[in-house]
Design a protein. Structure first.
Length: 259
């Protein structure tokens, strides 16, 4: 017999056994939670303010990317704006499809583009796969956001989201600002990085985040966190499929990455 579900391990088949109480008791419980939610909001405000004070690093290396309109430098990816957000999308040169988790996040981007662009921010996804493979997968997913290839460049390796066979053969690899066992890494891992270009055309690296750092960009997760059964996950985002695979049989919807 299955153990009684808790809010953390509940599923539709094994729903949580939350207490059923009066409306007055519920209001008291909700107010206690509201106090915690306000504490979370104030902490998020503090983190956001601290993030804006982070020192910058000048980019002195010449990075060049393959784009649908030809080869472009990192500075040219800004597309006339002063701020650039790069999503390190897990799609390696040998991969047949993009990472499931990266695809999940990317489903939320197109609607934000007009607002980001109006706020002087350009969003670009970067993968090591050749441009032809990127364009094929983008067409499959129906996305419009800019997506370029860093194939043949050091960009992914310098920002610690791609790893060679030699890297993975070592005792440790560097990811998410720490040395981790190679067994926790893949040849590609997710992340995003922010850059600023000044009036003189100099480019600065201002911020990077990895692993679960991008969760707040995924609106679906924020909604599920407020649903009665939450995320219903055994491990991080194990319920996610590419958006064109939900109606397929499980064996036809294989994942190609970690989360």
């Amino acid at each position: 017999m299955d153990a009684p579900a808790t809010p953390e391990n509940a599923t539709p088949e094994n729903p949580p056994k939350n207490p059923v109480i009066s409306r007055e008791e519920w209001l008291e419980a909700r107010r206690r939670l509201l106090a915690l939610e306000k504490e979370e909001t104030h902490l998020r405000d503090r983190v956001r303010a601290e993030r804006q004070t982070l020192p910058w690093v000048r980019i002195d290396k010449d990075y060049v990317f393959d784009t649908p309109t030809g080869r472009k430098t990192l500075a040219e990816l800004f597309d006339g704006r002063s701020q650039l957000m790069i999503y390190h999308f897990m799609l390696g040169p040998e991969w047949e499809a993009g990472c499931t988790g990266c695809s999940f996040l990317s489903d939320h981007v197109d609607g934000a583009l007009p607002h980001l662009n109006n706020h002087d921010v350009t969003w670009v996804a970067v993968s090591r796969a050749p441009l032809q493979k990127i364009e094929a997968y983008r067409k499959r997913m129906g996305w419009k956001f800019p997506w370029v290839s860093s194939f043949g460049s050091d960009f992914n390796f310098d920002f610690h989201v791609s790893f060679t066979k030699e890297d993975l053969a070592k005792d440790k690899v560097f990811y998410n600002f720490a040395a981790i066992p190679p067994g926790q890494a893949h040849d590609e891992l997710p992340g995003f990085s922010a850059f600023y270009k000044d009036e003189a055309g100099e480019v600065f690296h201002t911020y990077s985040s990895y692993s679960r750092g991008g969760e707040e960009m995924i609106g679906t997760l924020m909604i599920l966190d407020r649903a009665p059964l939450g995320r219903n996950e055994g491990s991080t985002m194990d319920f996610v499929k590419r958006h064109d695979e939900y109606e397929k049989k499980p064996e036809a919807a294989a994942s190609s990455c970690c989360h």
